[in-house]
Ligand binder design. Structure first.
Ligand code: ADP
Ligand code: CIR
Length: 356
């Protein structure tokens, strides 16, 4: 009984997020919204308390929520829709569009265009989850294994340059994992944001990484999202990287049934990835521009760019090299968002050149 009383008391209590928190959870979890949703559950029993657990455990979150399923986005809409429209600047009642056609954009290789050694590498990834399963935050061990089996089935159908090997995470040695992480191929482990929302339960079971021999095409299985499909290579050839990903997406799409909704596009664990689930990035050298933080941020914001450190999210820049990517993922097609990144990076390099 005491346990029950404690539990119900926690549910009754409006959670205390420090005033200093800049998270969208802090901004939109009003007492009204909390009271409306505090006993709600999605189709798999995922609760508001689970939805917000990461933001409560990590007040320095920028967002602070992770969904439990496609249905979570309906059940918890009074909170999630506000977060989605704020982050993506998107009207949640409009229709999301998808297109991989970049034939009308003339993507030139960045370094040839600018006659310099600015872009070190280019990477485009998409996040996808399967329609029939809850998301990683609320999946069972058995369901996670079913997804891994489906992924392996898709990998076996690859041909040509996409052909490769699947490595279950548990079978990689510490040294192999360290090397793969340093080379930017493997996800990090023990992420406190993902840990707090339940995404790292049963780690490393049913997680893994698929890689082709030239390491230009990779798939992460059952990390934050069930599929992270990644195309990357050294240099600045966005066209080649994007087209490789488009081809892989088409093949996996035939084997796996992705969860796609009309207004939110591809359903993802973190609301920041909804829509295209796409992050197109370059590692780019901007030592002079980046020392003028205000100007750097101004140009980034004009082109809807996100700036990260060299080891991905929540990491620092090293040697004036930054990870610059499209910030928006929803309401625009994959092709249009790659163009955001292309235009923005060109302007950043132009300004860097003028400062030399
Ligand atoms: P995600 O891109 O999947 O959202 P992260 O920001 O954590 O997640 O990045 C994952 C990994 O990909 C990190 O090791 C990061 O350094 C690497 N990465 C991202 N963009 C590039 C790029 N353009 N070139 C090389 N590595 C990259
Ligand atoms: C935060 O709120 O800062 C973390 N939960 C991460 C948010 C960005 N999304 C993501 O990495 N998928």
């Amino acid at each position: 009984l005491q346990q029950f009383l404690n539990a119900s008391k926690t549910i009754e209590e409006f959670p205390n997020i420090p005033e200093s928190s800049k998270s969208l959870l802090k901004k939109y979890l009003t007492k009204d919204v909390y009271n409306k949703l505090k006993t709600a559950k999605d189709a798999n029993g995922f609760t508001l308390q689970q939805l917000i657990s990461s933001g409560l455990a990590n007040p320095d979150s920028s967002i602070g929520v992770y969904a439990g399923s496609t249905d979570s986005y309906k059940v918890f809409a009074p909170l999630l829709n506000q977060i989605i429209s704020d982050y993506h600047q998107y009207d949640v009642n409009s229709k999301h569009t998808s297109s991989w056609d970049i034939s009308s954009y003339n993507f030139e290789e960045f370094n040839s265009k600018h006659k310099g050694d600015y872009v070190i590498s280019t990477r485009v990834r998409i996040a996808r989850n399967l329609a029939k399963f809850p998301l990683g935050t609320n999946i069972t061990k058995e369901q996670r294994q079913e997804i891994e089996n489906l992924a392996i089935q898709a990998f076996n159908s690859f041909e040509g340059e996409l052909k490769g090997t699947y490595y279950p995470l548990g079978k990689l040695t510490e040294q192999e994992k360290k090397q793969l992480k340093e080379d930017h191929f493997l996800f990090k482990e023990g992420d406190r944001f993902l840990k707090a929302c339940g995404c790292e339960r049963d780690w490393p079971d049913a997680r893994g990484i698929f890689i082709n021999p030239s390491k230009t095409f990779l798939v992460w299985v059952n990390e934050e999202d069930q599929f992270r499909i990644i195309s990357m290579q050294n240099g600045g050839d966005l066209k080649q990287v994007f087209e490789r990903l488009a081809k892989a997406h088409e093949i996996i799409n035939k084997v796996a049934q992705f969860s796609i909704t009309e207004n939110l596009g591809a359903i993802t664990t973190c609301p920041t990835n909804l829509g295209t689930g796409m992050r197109a990035s370059v590692h780019v050298k901007l030592p002079l521009l980046s020392s003028d933080e205000k100007r750097f941020k101004q140009i980034a914001s004009k082109h809807h760019l996100d700036i990260r450190g060299i080891d991905g999210e929540h990491s620092e820049s090293k040697g004036g090299i930054f990870d610059v990517s499209n910030k928006r993922r929803l309401g625009y097609s994959e092709a249009q968002l790659a163009l955001d990144m292309y235009n923005g990076v060109n302007e950043l390099i132009e300004v860097e050149k003028k400062l030399q």
